[in-house]
Design a protein around this ligand. Structure first.
Ligand code: 5GP
Length: 207
């Protein structure tokens, strides 16, 4: 049987470059599967159903909660976001390392439900660089940028609840670091319980 994959949560401030990082990680390594979330927010230009998100009405989303179809869910800036359970479980069983790109409230629910999940927080090298990136995108108004910077200050209070921070100064280096962290974290004893138990049993039989 193939070894089960690891569940990886990636959070970070808006503008920290999570999206680009995820794309690069998936294009360079075929052991990862990226979970597609459900959301009640409207699609942005260029986003695609089933690729960016599964777009739901509030009622449809609440029905998914009722039917226990989500691993976690949260309300973020007035909209629901959640991780469909089925895809994640199937991919983990198939040996894929499954990445959830989710915000902090959802990350804490995953940590509680799955103590063996690995939690990463992507940070910019400085607050100034974060602001410059948000301004540089050119998609947000000054007011929205200010809101996002305030939100980043709030979210920064929760970083110590994560296992690792990943500093996004250079995208290639950062992708490699992230991959190395994930692959190393697999060998922490809490994620190798079955293997450790197996060898322990074998040792008892041999001795
Ligand atoms: P956006 O609307 O900009 O696509 O996403 C807003 C925030 O929601 C981001 O921080 C993103 O990581 C987070 N998010 C996306 N999908 C999920 C999800 O399934 N669950 C939770 N808790 N957060 C999500």
């Amino acid at each position: 049987m193939k070894e089960k994959g690891i569940l990886v949560v990636v959070s970070g401030f808006a503008g920290a470059g999570k999206g680009t990082l995820m794309k690069q990680l998936l294009s360079e390594h075929d052991n990862y599967a990226l979970s597609v979330s459900a959301t009640s927010r409207s699609p942005r230009p260029g986003e695609q159903e089933g690729i960016s998100y599964f777009y739901k009405t509030k009622e449809e989303f609440e029905a998914m909660i009722e039917r226990d179809e989500l691993l976690e869910h949260a309300c973020y800036v007035g909209n629901y976001y959640g991780t469909p359970k089925k895809f994640v479980c199937e991919q983990l069983d198939a040996g894929k390392d499954v990445v959830l790109e989710i915000e902090i409230q959802g990350a804490m629910q995953i940590k509680k439900k799955f103590p063996e999940a690995l939690l990463l927080f992507v940070m910019p090298p400085s607050a100034e660089i974060l602001k410059n990136r948000l301004v540089g995108r050119g998609t947000e108004t000054a007011e929205v940028i200010e809101q996002r910077m305030k939100r980043a200050a709030e979210e920064s209070e929760g970083i110590e609840d994560y296992d690792f921070i990943v500093i996004n100064d250079d995208i290639d280096k950062c992708t490699e670091t992230m991959h190395n962290i994930i692959q190393s974290a697999k060998f922490m004893p809490l994620r190798q319980k079955d293997f450790i138990t197996k060898v322990r049993e074998e040792l008892k039989e041999i001795n």
